[in-house]
Design a protein around this ligand. Structure first.
Ligand SMILES: [Zn+2]
Length: 568
């Protein structure tokens, strides 16, 4: 009886939410969201900055916005977002079979959605909106048009970012498992192998890179017999997928590592939750990404890596090596279409061993606990779970004479070491004049105090406190300068014009803005790539003489008011 109950609960759960085994996904339920042949500029699981790519990037036909975008299956619109960054204009559609599709970076929504969104933007007095329309408002059939392809939000060129998620928990799945057709008979390319000599705590003693040469789908090292001066070793590979008629280097789907024909380490890009996507920084070689923009898939697991893409993981992928016993290592790297490239070589332990950690350090931060450091210039609290491995921590400071810096420049370890969670950083300053204390913030900066970014800050006595997910250089700066606003497409006589547009920016921080005509709030779309806000005339402002007022305010309360009259 109990077995039957459990079985029926399981069956019910499967019917509602589908199976997590990709082979059980429906293969003909979802249609292509475009009408042209799909060419990809991005694949699921591709390595991006701080996250795995959660969908497919589908190229436009002609490199300009405007290709029609279709509902991939019957369903209703459960969410609409408009953002100056991120997904830009995006539609989320919920389907009756337990999946949700996402269509991002749109240029326009379908007219009835566009009208609804604008009404909500005026009601909320905000360009950015996050809307959850009632389920009976926007229903679409499979292949009905829902919008136009675009370049809105954080996007570099017109494309559709398309996702298929489990509705329950909004977990992104690899859309290629749902039968979406992409022609690809080109196997992945392997560019380079990185070797990590490890000590008995699995810390890297030394790293070496080896170029890879290609012969068809087989790849080799120039010397295919690696002599390694350590007791154990880990590997990472720099590899991409290539597709027919596309020059982009896309992400690979799967890597299997065999040692003497035993499957030793394997992962594939099938299902990656938003809660775990930042573990990308443990999966790849973070240092190489930050310093060289090179992306290596690490094929051994760091202690703090909680990512769930690894299917096989003998000894965390770390291979013990022997002096008189060569072992054969083979990587098999696959794309979605089952094209496989192989890299094969032997490893041996050599006589002279690399033993010492080369660098100096002040503190050791341990991966499996919280860590706190304090001295007379700064304090740093690193919570448990913020580090992927032990960090031999460096701290240094230089006194800068520059008039715009109000603390030493602190070297808080290296930007090439990842932080999974926010660390709390406090910097001491006694040189900020009391009337400027409310204008002080912690800046990420260069060695010589050049401003990079603003991480904010609140005072605790003489300490300015903030949080950060990056190591690197920090100092205290002062922001007393209001945002900059000026006319871009604007003059006194606006008759016959379809829009007005203004340049807007701030030196040190993000900012809020509002615009009014004759005292009424008006919608201004913000494009941060162009530092521009734009109002499209749509009949809300009638013909005649008008007063325009734009207010822009930065994080430190510095305010710019821009006022002009115009005729429409
Ligand atoms: Zn994308």
């Amino acid at each position: 009886m109990r077995t039957l109950l459990i079985l029926s609960i399981l069956l019910y759960t499967f019917a509602l939410y589908g199976s997590t085994d990709p082979s059980n996904y429906p293969k003909d339920y979802f249609a292509s969201p475009v009408n042209h042949e799909i060419k990809l500029s991005g694949t699921f699981g591709e390595l991006r900055s701080n996250h795995f790519h959660a969908g497919l990037d589908i190229k436009s036909t002609k490199g300009v916005p405007g290709d029609p975008i279709f509902a991939s299956a019957e369903g209703f619109i459960s969410r609409i977002t408009v953002k100056s960054g991120g997904y830009g204009k995006a539609i989320y559609m919920e389907h009756p079979n337990g999946y949700t599709t996402v269509y991002a970076h749109l240029d326009k929504f379908a007219p009835e959605i566009e009208a609804y969104v604008k009404k909500q933007q005026y009601a909320n007095r905000s360009f950015n909106v996050n809307l959850f329309p009632p389920s009976n408002l926007f229903s679409f059939k499979k292949k009905e048009e829902i919008g136009k392809m675009g370049n809105s939000g954080h996007s570099y060129g017109p494309h559709l970012h398309f996702e298929i998620r489990e509705t329950n928990g909004q977990v992104p799945l690899n859309p290629m498992h749902f039968g979406i057709e992409v022609t690809d008979d080109v196997a992945p390319v392997i560019r380079s192998l990185k070797v990590y000599l490890l000590n008995d705590r699995n810390e890297t003693i030394k790293e070496q890179k080896f170029n890879v040469s290609q012969s068809g789908k087989n790849f080799t090292l120039s010397n295919p017999n690696l002599q390694i001066g350590a007791w154990r070793v880990g590997f990472s590979v720099k590899t991409f997928d290539q597709m027919n008629q596309v020059r982009n280097l896309n992400g690979i789907y799967k890597i299997k590592m065999y040692v003497d024909e035993v499957l030793y380490y394997a992962f594939s890009m099938d299902r990656i939750t938003y809660g775990e996507t930042r573990y990308l920084n443990a999966h790849l070689d973070y240092k190489d990404q930050v310093l060289n923009k090179s992306q290596y898939h690490r094929c051994y697991k760091l202690a703090g890596n909680r990512l769930n893409i690894y299917q096989e993981n003998i000894n965390s992928g770390i291979i013990p090596i022997y002096k008189d016993q060569a072992q054969n290592v083979r990587f098999e790297i696959s794309d979605e279409d089952g094209n496989v490239s192989k890299l094969t070589f032997d490893i041996n332990r050599k006589e002279d061993m690399t033993t010492q950690r080369p660098q100096d350090y002040e503190y050791i931060l341990l991966e499996n606990q919280e860590n706190y450091i304090e001295n007379d210039k700064m304090s740093l609290y690193v919570p448990q779970g913020a580090l992927y491995e032990n960090v031999y921590f460096n701290f240094d400071s230089t006194i800068e004479q520059s008039s715009h810096i109000f603390s030493p420049v602190l070297q808080v370890h290296e930007k090439s070491v990842p932080l999974h969670k926010y660390a709390q950083l406090r910097i001491k300053s006694t040189s900020v004049p009391s009337h400027l204390r409310t204008k002080a913030f912690i800046a990420s900066c260069s060695n010589d105090g050049k401003f990079y970014s603003n991480i904010g800050g609140e005072w605790e006595g003489d300490w300015l406190k903030s949080k950060t997910r990056n190591f690197g250089q920090y100092c205290i700066m002062i922001d007393t300068i209001a945002p900059y606003v000026s006319a871009f497409a604007f003059r006194v006589d606006m008759r016959g014009r379809s829009l007005m547009s203004f340049k807007i920016s701030d030196q040190f921080s993000s900012f809020d803005y509002e615009a009014y005509v004759d005292g009424q709030w008006i919608l201004m779309e913000y494009d941060p790539r162009k530092n521009r806000i734009t109002h499209h005339f749509d009949g809300r402002i009638g013909p005649g003489e008008h007063q325009l007022k734009i207010i822009a305010r930065d994080q430190k309360g510095n305010e710019k008011i821009y006022e002009r009259n115009f005729i429409l």
